[in-house]
Design a protein around this ligand. Structure first.
Ligand SMILES: [Zn+2]
Length: 299
């Protein structure tokens, strides 16, 4: 049986920077080295900026990545998400939530609720209470979770256990939540391996738990180290020339960028050589600290 596909799923909120490109290269290497298909999915439910998708796809191709099949966009898949929410609702696994952010912050937390968990304010309202609150504010849809934590296995992190609360499935502005969309999409696309930045590791237990409720397979996870700036914060565009466009303007071409990113992973400088040498067990486990100034020495 062919193993499930790998994927890269950028949000088209702007240009990809070196951190995003490094994660994309890793996702590709993980997939291709294991004979998996490699899919691209545009996560455009939120924060999409016009034209960003085209630039992102061009940049991914410029660093040498290829992908299989059509690029999928989340905004075209609303029916799939609604079908999943309807299925959970029919099973009694959702409820409406009318809380504002502030109400959630100020609510006394439930006796056994872990820190940061939704306090359960709307979980057991009567039908009359619901009708009253519904008239005041559009409802979000939350999952009725029956656990408070869940464990996943990660290729780089081993067993990881994390918080599962009654997380939002559909926000009160009607936008489907990331945690739901990602689980539905990965299942529908036959994704068997999720490689992404380790800032998303804490969301993996929620997603794996939800996958179980929906009766779909939990993918293999590999949460890879991020790129940080010298101050120890996640690399961002304000840190300097960190996009392909900015680097090209400074005389650093895409092939050089690929070589640099692969070098930061302890791999040879071209993609075919890196693919041959790729070994997940040998990957660095710590973030890559990058000072963008070092990339563009005055030439
Ligand atoms: Zn609520």
């Amino acid at each position: 049986m062919t193993p499930g596909a790998g994927r890269f799923a950028p949000s088209p909120s702007g240009e990809l920077h070196l951190g995003n490109l490094r994660t994309a290269l890793l996702a590709w290497l993980f997939a291709r080295s294991a004979g998996r298909r490699f899919l691209l999915r545009v996560e455009d439910l939120d924060r999409a900026r016009a034209g960003a998708e085209e630039v992102q796809l061009r940049d991914l191709a410029a660093v040498g990545l290829d992908w299989d099949g059509e690029v999928v966009r989340q905004t075209e898949r609303g029916a799939l998400y609604e079908e999943a929410i309807a299925r959970l609702t029919a099973a009694g696994l959702t409820y409406e939530c009318y809380c504002t952010r502030r109400e959630i912050q100020e609510a006394p937390s439930a006796p056994h609720a872990p820190q940061g968990a939704y306090p359960g304010t709307c979980r057991d309202l009567t039908e009359a209470q619901r009708a009253r609150r519904r008239a005041e504010r559009p409802a979000a849809i939350r999952l009725r979770a029956s656990v408070t934590d869940w464990a996943v296995t990660d290729v780089l992190h081993g067993r990881y256990s994390g918080l599962v609360d009654d997380f939002v499935l559909r926000r009160n502005d009607g936008v489907v939540a990331y945690n739901l969309a990602v689980v539905v999409d990965d299942a529908a696309q036959g994704v068997g391996q999720v490689v992404r930045g380790d800032d998303l590791l804490p969301s993996a237990p929620r997603q794996a738990y939800l996958a179980g409720l929906l009766g779909v397979p939990v993918p293999e996870y590999a949460h890879v180290p991020l790129v940080l700036n010298p101050a120890g914060r996640r690399l961002a565009k304000r840190d300097g020339a960190v996009t392909l466009r900015a680097l090209a303007a400074a005389g650093v071409g895409p092939e050089e960028v690929t070589g640099l990113l692969l070098g930061s992973l302890g791999l040879p400088a071209t993609l075919p050589e890196a693919l041959t040498a790729f070994d997940p067990a040998a990957l660095p486990r710590d973030p890559w600290i990058l000072d963008p100034q070092d990339l563009t020495p005055r030439r």
